[in-house]
Ligand binder design. Structure first.
Ligand code: BG6
Length: 515
């Protein structure tokens, strides 16, 4: 059941596995503090940091403080507030392969329940490699950690497996211990304000919903571009690549939100039912030739950005110097259903591209070309652009008459820039997702059947690539990817619309324009 009306999450013990890692420092600690500041965490909670490394509670609280100073949008009002918040955090060194440690964790938990008046609820957050999800779950069960009178929830990070087969095995392990409704699989894109806004924009505007189909939409373009390279994650990324790191999850989820039918109720299962239906409609690639014709696989080579030289992917730390891993992915995909038949969806994502941005462009079909002002056959199509990240908002591009006697049509963009008004990503994706998990609201977590469906789609691409290494194309770091990416759209008479700050010259902006 969704408990959307609850303001403060129910009291619980939060177990952060991987508490000394990067995710905890950058995202999870700041999210917990923000929730606390906003009263979404009352005083009846405790956080147990867990990792192998020995650490005292005091050292752990120093880590906490440093993380919040650096990454949190809130600061403590005073020392007293900080001390109160920090007192909820304790650390325990744990060997996750040793069940005795879990029994000890049980004893610590009883103390915390009593100290903070916690009603036996447990939230296990696994910021760990996926191969550890199974062993940790078994030891939680065998160590007696799941026998309290409250609820148990398991929150896990991506990647959920490496392909469909490994994901199935992983799921089979988890489901020996947890029920599906107790498992919260994070895709942090679903926690983003504008991704959640897609269903509101679509289903509460008479402007859009009647046109949201193949009669009126020419194509959809989803771009998730990053300027960063693989940084210190070469070891993980080299085995994963853009297909598994971004496409199987974030890209598929955004596509599903754009393509799904309206859910009949505002209930987590209904939204997820619609998303999985949309994913099931994706036309699978039938052969390696089809993959070759519709999918582009790129890797960055040496390049530069703003005059600063950038080295190629193969020179990055922990990356195989002969690696064929893709750091860029673009594809043309189709959904074979009534609403979308014939409409290409172009999706692209990559590292070391010129800008950091996530945008979804809906390009509408043009009006007939024979009306008065369109006599020059140069009408620009209408666009709806959803800006997900880092800027948040939407704009629409329409045609209007240029003032004067010449009957000239002028494209005009009207913008609603949400982030200009209330600040970027407020609240942060992780904040919302932790809060949702803590109150049993699972709408924006991925269900097993969605994950499996997304794997079965991307597995075919991975398989085709395994058969044919020559499909890898190189692009200079700091560029927009392999040249063929343009051809993918040109073949259908389209082109990529400029994203983030690369507005076309001839467009008048009603409010500011892209930043
Ligand atoms: C993560 C990927 O899931 O998403 C990273 O593992 C990527 O490789 C990140 O950099 C991008 O997220 P965001 O929110 O910065 O767009």
């Amino acid at each position: 059941m969704s408990k959307q009306d609850t303001i403060a999450a129910e009291g619980a013990v939060y177990y952060l596995f991987g508490a000394t890692g990067d995710l905890a420092r950058r995202k999870l600690f700041p999210a917990l503090f923000s929730l606390y500041k906003e009263g979404k965490l009352a005083e009846d909670f405790a956080v147990v940091g867990l990792a192998r490394r020995p650490r005292t509670n005091e050292q752990f609280r120093v880590d906490l403080q440093e993380s919040i100073d650096e990454f949190c949008r809130y600061k403590a009002d005073d020392a007293e507030q900080w001390a109160r918040f920090a007192s909820h955090f304790v650390y325990m060194s744990l060997d996750i392969n040793n069940v005795d440690g879990f029994r000890e964790l049980g004893r610590l938990t009883q103390e915390l329940d009593a100290k903070f008046d916690i009603p036996g609820n447990r939230l296990f957050y696994l910021a760990l490699a996926p191969e550890l999800f199974g062993p940790v779950s078994f030891n939680l069960r065998d160590g007696g950690m799941l026998e309290s009178r409250g609820w148990n929830r398991l929150v896990i990070e991506k990647p959920f497996g490496y392909d469909l087969e490994s994901a199935r095995k992983l799921n089979a392990q988890l489901s020996q211990v947890f029920k599906e409704e107790e498992i919260y699989r994070i895709d942090h894109y679903l926690g983003k304000e504008m991704v959640q806004n897609i269903q509101v924009l679509r289903f509460s505007n008479a402007f859009f919903e009647p046109l949201w189909n193949n009669k009126h939409i020419a194509n959809v373009q989803i771009t998730l571009s990053e300027t960063v390279g693989v940084e210190e994650r070469g070891g993980y990324y080299d085995k994963s690549g853009a297909l598994r790191d971004m496409v199987q999850n974030h890209m598929m989820q955004m596509l599903a939100m754009i393509a799904m039918e309206p859910p009949s109720r505002l209930h987590p299962e209904d939204l997820r039912d619609e998303k999985v239906k949309a994913l099931r409609s994706l036309r699978p690639f039938a052969s390696s030739e089809e993959v070759g014709a519709n999918v582009i696989r790129g890797q960055y080579s040496d390049g530069e950005t703003n005059g600063k030289p950038l080295s190629g992917y193969r020179q990055e730390d922990s990356v195989n110097p002969q690696s064929a891993t893709e750091t860029y992915f673009a594809a043309r995909v189709y959904l074979d259903n009534f609403r979308w038949a014939g409409v290409p969806f172009y999706i692209r994502t990559g590292k070391r591209l010129p800008v950091k941005t996530t945008e979804i462009v809906i390009e509408f079909k043009n009006v007939p070309d024979n009306i008065l002002f369109a006599h020059r056959h140069d009408l620009a199509p209408n666009l709806l652009v959803i800006r997900v990240n880092p800027m948040e908002g939407i704009y629409i591009k329409i045609n209007a008459k240029k003032p004067g006697v010449d009957n000239v049509v002028q494209p005009v963009s009207m913008e609603f820039c949400q982030s200009c008004m209330i600040g970027i990503n407020t609240p942060e994706a992780y904040e919302r997702l932790i809060y949702d998990a803590a109150r049993g609201e699972s709408t924006y977590f991925t269900r097993w059947d969605e994950v499996a469906q997304a794997w079965s789609f991307v597995d075919r691409i991975a398989e085709a690539w395994r058969e044919d290494d020559s499909s890898l194309q190189f692009y200079p770091a700091g560029s927009w990817g392999p040249a063929r990416t343009e051809a993918l759209l040109a073949e259908n008479g389209f082109h990529w619309w400029p994203v983030n700050g690369q507005a076309e010259d001839n467009v008048i902006w009603i409010s500011g324009g892209p930043k």
